[in-house]
Design a protein around this ligand. Structure first.
Ligand code: NAI
Ligand code: SF4
Length: 418
């Protein structure tokens, strides 16, 4: 009998198991509350006499794009899937693993039925035979909320028993990549598939599959219920729509902030209560480590899809991390590459060896920038999925915007030592 403190290991394991089984739930809107507020009336109306084309047009008119990070027009996915021969399936991507991203959790812990009603509207639109809801295991409260509320939906007859199946992710970042997620749901090792074919054509168990992120479904329900203006009616800096920014780092009040898609980093920092006392704004990561790092001088750019591309970064899942004069960009970029090295699934050489090589090169006092540039090109061109393609962004942006921190190699001969 091994003992830790006053408890045996067995007791500790049992206690941990109990804690996992009974997480403390935040106050959230249950099915009863949601129904009392008019919830699921839209779903019932659509199921009775709705036209998927009309809803799809409404989503396109609202400008809703995939909020997992890729920004693909949401409505278009429906027609891609419907164009394929049935039976069709649907999967919800709740594996939000991008470091700094916690918006899906925020929404599910408050009003889970927006996402669930959006999911059922989308499933209705593509006539999905079954829905798989993939949720990361690091969110025990969300998992329990979903268990309860899906059971409640079955009880009131809004879905058949077993129509929505919950699947738990086991902590691998790559399982948030949609085809790796589908592999994982199928019970296999979660590694990305080659595209094409897209999952809309050949997805789960070889069937046409609609995949949406949690927040995208949240907005599908709200646009259907409240009209396109609830989303598209918000305009700032010439950009329409809303984004849920997950804000962390050197700000006074980290959290999720619902702001116009056209917000700048200054707007986001203001919403988060300003900088932490004693810190001066120096840099920011707009959308998780895969997006790269921008300097404070680029504080006027709207953070919407597409607008950041010319600066070599993207907004992705809007995981904003604010860095200050006390942070070292070189160290931050190294940390990000160590993350990618750890999370690379290892399937393809440019990513598997590329991340490892980048971590080694970045450990040098002065980075060999030409070599890192070559490595980045190979990774971007030849990696199978977005992880390997975007992994160089932290060091590319560090070299571009913070040259003083990553001074060029002073010893050209070091290049022959590789
Ligand atoms: P992607 O642009 O390749 O695909 C986006 C979606 O559109 C997918 O569902 C894909 O199947 C669909 N699609 C694209 N072209 C299509 C076509 N021709 N026909 C049918 N369907 C098509 O982007 P990907 O690789 O799925 O996602 C990358 C993004 O994910 C990055 O921008 C990153 O920010 C984000 N990300 C988010 C994370 C999170 O925790 N939320 C974690 C890691 C990355
Ligand atoms: Fe795996 Fe990286 Fe290749 Fe993606 S790019 S398939 S994560 S090794």
């Amino acid at each position: 009998r091994m003992a830790v403190g006053n408890a045996t290991v067995g007791e500790l394991v049992r206690a941990a198991g109990n804690a996992c089984r009974s997480p403390v739930l935040p106050p959230y809107e249950t099915l009863d509350d949601y129904l009392a507020d008019g919830g699921y009336q839209m779903l019932r109306r659509l199921r009775a006499a709705g036209s998927p084309d009309e809803v799809e047009q409404a989503l396109l008119a609202a400008g809703l794009r995939g909020l997992g990070g890729a920004g693909f027009p949401s409505g278009k996915k429906w027609s891609f899937v419907r164009a394929e021969q049935g039976p069709r399936l649907m999967a919800v991507n709740g594996d939000e693993g991008e470091p700094g991203t916690f918006k899906d959790r925020y929404h599910l812990e408050r009003v889970p039925h927006y996402c669930l009603e959006g999911m059922l509207i989308a499933a209705w639109a593509v006539e999905a035979e079954r829905v798989y809801f993939y949720i990361r295991d690091e969110y025990p409260a969300v998992l329990e909320i979903l268990r309860r509320e899906i059971a409640a939906l079955e009880q009131v007859g809004l879905i058949d028993p077993g129509y929505v199946e919950l699947r738990r992710g086991a902590g691998a970042y790559i399982c948030g990549e949609e085809s790796a997620m589908l592999e994982s749901i199928e019970g296999k090792r979660g590694i990305p598939r080659h595209r094409p074919p897209y999952v809309a054509q050949v997805g789960l168990f070889g069937r046409p599959t609609l995949v949406h992120n949690v927040e995208t479904l949240h907005w599908i329900a709200r646009i259907c219920r409240e009209g396109a203006d609830v989303f598209a009616g918000v305009e700032q800096n010439g950009r329409k729509g809303l984004r849920s920014y997950s804000v962390s780092g050197r700000v006074a009040k980290p959290g999720v902030y619902l702001l116009p898609a056209g917000s700048t980093i200054r707007d986001v920092i203001d919403a988060a209560g300003g900088m932490t006392v004693g810190h001066r704004f120096k840099a920011y990561q707009p959308g998780g480590p895969s997006s790269g790092i921008l300097p404070a001088s680029l504080d006027h750019v709207p953070l919407d899809f597409d607008t950041l591309n010319e600066h070599g970064v993207f907004i992705g899942s809007a995981a904003v991390v604010v860095l200050s004069d006390r942070d070292n960009v070189k160290a931050a970029a190294q940390n990000m590459l160590r993350f990618f090295e750890h999370e690379s699934c290892g399937q393809c050489t440019p990513c598997r060896s590329g991340c490892e090589k980048a971590v080694q090169l970045m450990a040098a006092e002065h980075w060999d920038q030409p070599l890192l540039g070559e490595l980045a090109q190979v990774m971007a061109d030849a990696s199978i999925c977005g992880l390997g393609q975007a992994a160089p962004n932290p060091f590319l942006t560090a070299m571009k915007y913070f040259p003083d921190e990553v001074r060029p190699a002073t010893l050209p001969s070091s290049r022959t030592e590789r």
